[in-house]
Design a protein around this ligand. Sequence first.
Ligand code: ADP
Ligand code: MG
Length: 242
Amino acid sequence: MPETLRLEVTGLRRSFGGAPVVDDVSLAVAAGQVTCLLGPSGCGKSTTLRMIAGVERPDSGAIRIDGRAVFGAGVEVPPEGRSVGLMFQDFALFPHLTVAQNVAFGLTGEKAAKVRRVGDLLERVNLAGYGDKHPHELSGGEQQRVALARALAPRPRVMLMDEPFSGLDNRLRDGIRDATLEVLKEEGTAVLLVTHEPDEAMRMADEIALMRGGRIVQRGAPYNIYNAPVDKAAAAFFSDIN
Ligand code: ADP
Ligand code: MG
């Protein structure tokens, strides 16, 4: 038996006011794999992610998570039933809750197990001892790590990340990217990471899906895409990497 893909998107389409914004997008992500949806601003990345999360309705196409249809052929599972974790640029931690309460927010079940899970995650994002602090006492990078722990807490099958690092200081960003990747790999989560920054995709992706004008124009391992871009526009897009 081949390994079940954690996320499988087929022929996804969405138009706004008659203009196609996501145009026949297909993607697959296996467990423990990071796929980057990379492309310039306005090409349809966030719309794609929002449809997978279930907060935007596709016009057509199919979405499967862990082998189960969550959209398509008469099926439409609501966002909370899809086993997806979400991380966005705006971390949106709950300001009135402590760090530990933020991480525990999506957890159900026995108290002792929740406390263990929260403690374990805070340790892994290097914030052991921060549980009783409030978000405003933390730096941007620390808040981002709390958001990662919170998104991972319920063990989502798929993590959807939309430009999660773009609000961070340049000097911190590489360190936080690496630390985030390490935690995601340990958890074995399948990740779809949206970014408009080629260097972020080169650093984090196992596979890049290059998007332009609502369509995926090329996909492959980062260095294959970098070394053999499909056309001049793709080459130009990568050319500002240092
Ligand atoms: P990206 O994340 O790649 O920057 P988006 O998916 O946010 O791109 O947007 C793609 C295009 O779809 C943009 O032109 C945007 O203005 C348009 N768009 C997105 N959401 C809506 C909406 N709810 N109504 C109308 N147009 C939208
Ligand atoms: Mg976007």
